[in-house]
Design a protein around this ligand. Structure first.
Ligand code: SAH
Ligand code: SF4
Length: 369
């Protein structure tokens, strides 16, 4: 379902690297507010209304180059035409029978990231990536197995949404930060992207979900932004010992500290926190785990999303049977926990949670003969 895919790799190299973005004096225009664009236009000797025009052409018309802005004078267009708007190129797209489309997008520096469009009758959800790779190394996640390359810039996040919107020729309604990467290791750019997606692209904050495995202090930091987004916390275990086995970073972040930050988040923002729980057969799906989970979440007005594990080749976890999933779900319900099961969509195209891996992405982007 909305849980999704991730993964990106490099087109030319798989060697981790720091940002190789071109060092322009000014950042690309995508992701900037109308005020910032107005200032940009003023710095280039143009009147204030040019900022509004720029905003409209970038976010509504989806220009890729300033040369396309026909309302600008030819002379000025010629002057600014090489200034980067910040759009990616679709390197590859593949569609699952259920309509989910996975995109491999090529960035300015040649690196490839993934975004996924998940349509339903009423919604078009985009699953966006926040990093290239992920350093958190969760044991069940292909992204985690693939290492880390770099954080995405704000415009590279906003671009994913515009690209899916254009390709589907339909307004995006929902966004989930459940693609590749850990959003709270890139909090500044993620927060700026959320604000731009809200104010510039026009997507309600309540329809934007940021999913995190939890980084000490960062949920609190996010709370201070006072945004109306939905925070989803990837819990996956009902006690600290089990969590540490599945999520190496949990070693330095005891479960009770994580839950404490979540409580603070609720108090500061007035928003609920959702918990995600990947069900791994015979690892964390036993009745005693459900009982323990319900007790750990006591006092939270919350919703638990159970995600039956999507197999990856690096590890030999199994997806639990439907009966087991139903049993776990019922047990939580009996304890008064609101719960839903999220079978990932896009499995056929490896576009489901944690399924992509570098070799597949690389194979998919081989130049056509
Ligand atoms: N880094 C963030 C967001 C990206 S992962 C996080 O971990 O929350 C988005 C969701 O996909 C997370 O809940 C993650 O645990 C889940 N996921 C990762 N690998 C998976 C797999 N193999 N099967 C099912 N869900 C998986
Ligand atoms: Fe990173 Fe999330 Fe995968 Fe863990 S589950 S490795 S945090 S993308």
């Amino acid at each position: 379902m909305l849980a999704t895919p991730m993964l990106a790799t490099t087109a030319e190299t798989s060697t981790p690297q720091q940002s190789t973005l071109p060092q322009t004096a000014e950042k690309p225009l995508l992701g900037q507010s109308v005020e910032a664009l107005t200032e940009w236009a003023a710095r280039h000797g143009q009147p204030a209304y040019r900022g509004k025009q720029l905003h409209q052409w970038i976010y509504q018309k989806g220009i890729r180059s300033l040369d396309e802005v026909t309302v600008f004078s030819k002379k000025w267009r010629a002057e600014v035409k090489d200034f980067p708007v910040g759009r990616s190129h679709i390197h590859h797209r593949s569609q699952s029978p259920d309509g989910t489309i996975k995109y491999l997008l090529r960035l300015k520096d040649g690196l490839i990231i993934e975004a996924v469009g998940i349509p339903s009758e009423k919604r078009l959800t985009v699953c966006v990536s926040s990093q290239i790779g992920c350093p958190m190394g969760c044991d069940f996640c292909a992204t985690g197995k693939g290492g880390f390359t770099r954080n995405l810039e704000t415009y590279e996040i906003v671009d994913q949404v515009l690209t899916v919107q254009e390709d589907f020729q339909r307004r995006v309604s929902n966004i989930v930060f459940m693609g590749m990467g850990e959003p709270l290791l890139n909090t500044s750019n993620v927060v700026a992207a959320v604000r731009s997606l809200n104010q510039d692209v026009g997507i309600g904050q309540r329809l934007i979900t940021v999913s995190t495995v939890g980084i000490p202090g960062h949920i609190r930091r996010l709370a201070e932004e006072h945004m109306q987004i939905t925070l989803a916390v990837s819990l996956h275990a009902s006690n600290q010992t089990l969590r540490r086995q599945l999520i190496p970073s949990a070693e330095k972040y005891p479960l009770e500290d994580l839950l404490g930050e979540c409580r603070d988040y609720v108090n500061t923002t007035g928003r609920r926190v959702t918990f995600e729980y990947v069900l791994l057969a015979d690892v964390n799906d036993r009745p005693e785990h459900a009982v323990e989970l319900a007790s750990a979440l006591r006092g939270f007005q919350t919703h638990v999303n159970l995600i039956p594990y999507n197999p990856i080749s690096e590890v030999d976890y199994q997806r639990p049977s439907r009966q087991r999933v139903e049993g776990f779900t019922q047990q939580l319900k009996d304890k008064g926990v609101a719960v839903s099961v999220r079978y990932s969509r896009g499995l056929e195209k490896d576009a489901a949670c944690g399924q992509l891996r570098a070799s597949k992405a690389t194979a998919a982007i081989k130049p056509k003969a």
